[in-house]
Design a protein around this ligand. Structure first.
Ligand code: CTP
Ligand code: MG
Length: 260
C-alpha cells in the first residue's frame, strides 16, 4: 500500500465502464475529446485542482491501451507534484470499481473524492468547494445544480381505448427541492468504507439501483451535504454530450465560459 502523509486527500477516478450509450465501441475513458482521451482531461483537472496526494484510476480489466494512457498520465502527474498514482482493475459495476480503488488508498489518506472519468471538464472550483466542506466537518459532500426541467414520476399504464402500453404520471415533486447531482463527491474515508461494506449486503436488484456513492452514505444514516456544482461538469453519456464538451473545450464558445 502506498505511503501518504497523515490527513491527506485522495482522488479516485472511475473509468472502468464500457461506454455503451456513447457507442464508440471502446471504453468511454479512451474516447478522444479534442486531441486527448477523455481520461487525460479528467486527470489533468484533478492535478490542476491541487488537492490530491494520491490519484487512483479504475480501468477495465486487460485494457492495455488504457494502461499505456495511465502510465503517461502518471509521469505527467508526477512532474506536477502528484507522486502517488495507482491504477486498479475496475469491477462489474461502478460501486465495485470504487471498492477496488478504496483498497489501494495510502494509510495517511483521511478524505477521498470519487470522480467519474465521464465528467472530464469538472473545474477546479468544484473540487475546492467539495474539499472545503470536508475541512468544515462534513463526512459526505456532493456538488449539485438546481433542476431546470419539471420532473415527473411515472408508472406503467394502458391507454383507455386501445389498451396500448404507455406510462402515466404518478406525481410531480416540487422542483425547488430537486438537485441534479454530479461528481467529484467527497467523503471521510472511514465513512465511505462503511457505506461500501453495507453495499455488499444488498440484493442484486437493490445494488443495481445504486447510481452514486452518496446514496450508500445516505443509506447508512450519515448526512450528505450539498455544494454548488458546475455546468462544466456535464456527464458525457451520449454523442450529443460529447459534441457539447468539444464545444466547451475548443470551440468559439470557449472565451465566453467563465463559470467556475
Ligand atoms: N464505471 C466504472 N466501472 C463500471 C461502470 C462504470 O468505473 N463497471 C465508471 C465509468 O467509467 C464512468 C462512471 O462510472 O466514468 C459513470 O458511468 P457511466 O457514465 O454509466 O459510464 P459507462 O458505464 O462507461 O457508460 P454506459 O453506461 O453507457 O455503458
Ligand atoms: Mg454505466
Amino acid at each position: 500500500m502506498t505511503e501518504v502523509a497523515e490527513g491527506q486527500c485522495a482522488v479516485v477516478i472511475v473509468a472502468a465502464g464500457s461506454g455503451q450509450r456513447l457507442g464508440h465501441g471502446v471504453p468511454k475513458a479512451r474516447v478522444p475529446l479534442g486531441d486527448e482521451p477523455m481520461l487525460a482531461h479528467a486527470v489533468r483537472g484533478v492535478v490542476k485542482a491541487g488537492i490530491a496526494a494520491q490519484i487512483c484510476i479504475a480501468i477495465p480489466a486487460g485494457d492495455a491501451e488504457l494502461e499505456r494512457i495511465c502510465a503517461r498520465l502518471a509521469a505527467e502527474s508526477a512532474s506536477a507534484g502528484v507522486l502517488n498514482f495507482s491504477v486498479v482493475e475496475g469491477g462489474a459495476d461502478r460501486s465495485a470499481s470504487v471498492r477496488a480503488a478504496l483498497e489501494v488508498l495510502g494509510h495517511g489518506i483521511t478524505t477521498v473524492l470519487i470522480h467519474d472519468a465521464a465528467r472530464p471538464l469538472a473545474p477546479a472550483g468544484v473540487f475546492d468547494r467539495v474539499t472545503a466542506a470536508l475541512r468544515d466537518g462534513a463526512k459526505a459532500v456532493i456538488p449539485a445544480l438546481a433542476v431546470v426541467d419539471t420532473i415527473k414520476t411515472v408508472v406503467p399504464a394502458s391507454l383507455p381505448s386501445t389498451g396500448a402500453g404507455v406510462e402515466k404520471v404518478s406525481g410531480t415533486p416540487a422542483r425547488n427541492q430537486l438537485r441534479a447531482v454530479q461528481t467529484p463527491q467527497g467523503f471521510d474515508v472511514a465513512t465511505l468504507r462503511r457505506a461500501h461494506e453495507y453495499a455488499l449486503t444488498l440484493d442484486d436488484a437493490t445494488a443495481a439501483a445504486i447510481t452514486d456513492d452518496a446514496m450508500l452514505v445516505e443509506a447508512i444514516g450519515e448526512d450528505v451535504y450539498v455544494v454548488q456544482g458546475s455546468t462544466h461538469s456535464l456527464k458525457i453519456t451520449s454523442p450529443t454530450d460529447l459534441l457539447l464538451a468539444e464545444a466547451m473545450l475548443q470551440g468559439p464558445l470557449r472565451p465566453r465560459w467563465v463559470e467556475g
